[in-house]
Write a protein that binds this ligand. Structure first.
Ligand code: DC
Length: 647
């Protein structure tokens, strides 16, 4: 795994703030398609910009629909009245179910020749129920690889005149959505009967509401049957606004409930047409305090601070329910989420994926065909969470960083499917365990200052130089050559270190004074110049970041290891002052010392440290300079504390 392929979330202490939500995926893609199928021009505002909407926009353009981007989130679509200008095209629709299913239905009834394909996972997601219903209307659709699954080839329909068709409601509500949206392309009345229990009903409400805005009122008999009347025609309403994404809201609301809050989301609220806003009812059942207005919702932690487990039928909030599964890590008791069989045919098998990853965090998980049951661990474990190319896995598990150790999210860029800047926005509302990073040239006194600052604040302390020194010792112990980068990196991964007050333990053995000796320093300097060693020690350094905070001393603390440190200090002093301090130190220990030799030594080391290519000695961007030439240690400590409290 390369560094770009994971994101380390630090342990989080709290959350508060306000997030303006990106547009809803479900609404964006429905409005884009309806605008294309309509007569007239539609300006769509607050459109979500993400992979899934990009697939729909791209598909429509390939079909000859004129789509102009007027502003970043505003698109103008020139409707073609259902008659796509391009009659022969191949569409690649990624893993966007909200593009694939409705376009399949619209194209199957539109009189052209089209091929529709997606990513490998899209080709594992069933579409047979939709194809069967379209065939009953006379559509000519072939499966190109596997029966009942994409990719598909669509030929002009030989319309059957059938007035009543049925479609299964049990696998995906998108089949019914796709049929309903396409039926006005036929110039006659058609009744769609739903066979079996219709899942995810609120998404059908979105479909019906959007069709109504484009002038087509579907008659309905509850959830059993739907009639699209003869003469139904989509007419542009002129301007449409996309609501904020209610599924995306769930992550921030959960963050508010777990992290204290209040966290407010803007763009969805009690007036929303999206079913996933009911997520707040589930959070309220867990004890969270919820407030909402027409266009906003807000969550904060329960009055007694403790979330409680719930047992809930989640059929009406299939996507947001994933957030409940991770919130269950923070709830007292065992949470059961029921009636979620559709999770198995989404971006990944979400029940299996969720169970596997929650277990990595230490939870006890039971999974069934259509449910998941989660008992949290006493303490949430740090883990590298796999995301299965599923945006919601990545976003849900960001919540798990409220565990004491933070969380690693593998392949975090999968959030681009619906929320490309998710993690940047997430960082805006969460408060991470604070880090004070202190660096500076050798013998500047940074180690002593850092340690005393940590003691004063009650923070943990990381002497990162000691890790390189310990690795050098371990290498000597095990006979690993200082030039063997691979061997050293592996050793760095597996060595076990423990700091207890002044004592340091390496693989169970107490480390003596030789750790601070010149020989060890020279070997440490050697191993510290190897990039793979530095990468291997990254995890170990991150693990020191624990509540209530950390003071980290060392070369790349402020740049590579804790770039989000709240305070970065570059502690320095003149070479003469440093030589003098070192001299006194050695004398105190009863050791022999020569001030001229020490000064020369310091100058040579400064020169080498500044010039080296890996982690050179330099003031990190954003670091505060603290010149201690004229300061005592205590004065330097006070100065750091003053600068910290000013943050
Ligand atoms: O601070 P120290 O002398 O204990 O550090 C030992 C060596 O490790 C020294 O060569 C600097 C290097 N080092 C580093 O490259 N990065 C750090 N974060 C800390 C120390």
């Amino acid at each position: 795994m390369t560094p770009e392929n994971f994101l380390d979330l630090p342990p989080l202490l709290g959350a508060r703030g306000t997030i303006r939500l990106p547009g809803s995926k479900s609404i964006s893609n429905r409005i884009l398609l309806l605008s294309a199928l309509a007569q007239g021009t539609t300006d769509i505002r607050d459109v979500l910009l993400s992979d899934d909407t990009e697939r729909m926009l791209d598909g429509l353009r390939k079909l000859g629909v004129v789509v102009d981007q007027l502003e970043s989130h505003v698109f103008r679509v020139q409707g073609c009245g259902g008659d796509f200008p391009v009659k022969d095209a191949e569409l690649f629709l990624g893993n966007a179910g909200t593009a694939f299913r409705p376009l399949t239905a619209a194209l199957a009834l539109s009189g052209g020749h089209y091929k529709l394909s997606g990513v490998a996972r899209m080709h594992e997601r069933p579409i047979g129920d939709l194809v069967d219903a379209l065939r009953a209307l006379g559509a000519n659709i072939d499966y190109l690889v596997n029966e009942s699954f994409p990719p598909l080839e669509v030929f002009p329909a030989t319309l059957s005149g059938v007035a009543r068709i049925s479609v299964s409601g049990e696998v995906s509500s998108q089949f019914l959505t796709a049929l309903l949206m396409a039926l006005p392309l036929l110039d006659r009345e058609v009744t769609v009967e739903v066979v079996g229990e219709l899942i995810s009903k609120p998404y059908i409400e979105i479909t019906l509401a959007m069709m109504a805005r484009f002038g087509v009122a579907v008659q309905r008999n509850g959830w059993r049957s739907f009639i699209v009347a003869a003469g139904s025609r989509y007419v542009s309403p002129g301007v449409m606004y996309v609501e904020g994404d209610a599924s995306s809201a769930s992550y921030f609301l959960a963050v508010g409930a777990v992290g204290g809050g209040p966290v407010r989301v803007e763009g969805v609220g009690s007036d929303s047409i999206q079913g996933d806003v009911r997520f707040v009812d589930a959070l309220a059942l867990m004890g969270a305090q919820i407030e909402q207005g027409p266009n906003w919702m807000e969550a904060r932690a329960p009055v007694d601070g403790k979330l409680k487990a719930i047992d809930l039928d989640c059929n009406h909030i299939p996507d947001a329910a994933m957030t409940l599964a991770v919130a269950a890590l923070f709830a007292e008791g065992t949470t059961t989420l029921r009636n979620i069989a559709s999770w198995r045919v989404k971006e990944t098998d979400r029940i299996a994926a969720m169970a596997t990853e929650l277990r990595k965090a230490g939870a006890t998980v039971e999974e069934g065909a259509d449910y998941i049951r989660i008992t949290p661990p006493a303490q949430i474990r740090h883990a590298a969470i796999d995301t299965y190319e599923d945006h919601r896995m990545a976003m849900c598990f960001s919540l798990a960083a409220f565990g004491a150790e933070g969380m690693r999210i593998n392949e975090p860029n999968c959030v681009a499917k619906t929320f490309p800047d998710y993690f940047a926005r997430f960082h805006e509302v969460v408060q991470a365990v604070p880090v004070i990073a202190i660096d500076g040239p050798s013998a500047s006194g940074k180690g002593t200052v850092a340690q005393r600052v940590a003691t004063k604040l009650g923070f943990h302390f990381l002497d990162s130089g000691a890790l390189y020194r310990l690795l050098a010792m371990a290498a000597q112990r095990d006979g690993v050559a200082l030039t063997d980068e691979t061997g050293l990196a592996a050793l760095a991964e597996r060595m076990e270190i423990r700091f207890e007050g002044e004592q340091i333990w390496l693989d169970g053995a107490l480390v003596g004074d030789e750790l601070r000796g010149e020989q060890c320093a020279a070997a440490a300097s050697n191993v510290a110049s190897l990039p793979r060693v530095r990468a291997a020690l990254l995890n170990k350094q991150h693990a020191f970041r624990r509540a209530p905070g950390l003071v980290a001393d060392g070369r790349d603390m402020a740049s590579v290891v804790f770039p989000d440190a709240v305070l970065k200090i570059f502690l320095t002093a003149s070479a003469e002052a440093r030589a003098d301090r070192r001299y006194k130190q050695l004398k105190e220990k009863g050791m022999d010392a020569n001030i001229a030799a020490l000064l020369l030594d310091i100058r040579v080391r400064d020169e080498r440290d500044t010039r080296r290519s890996v982690a050179p000695l330099q003031q990190a961007p954003g670091a505060n300079l603290l010149d201690t030439t004229a300061l005592s240690i205590e004065q330097a400590v006070q100065e750091v504390l003053i600068r910290y409290s000013a943050k």
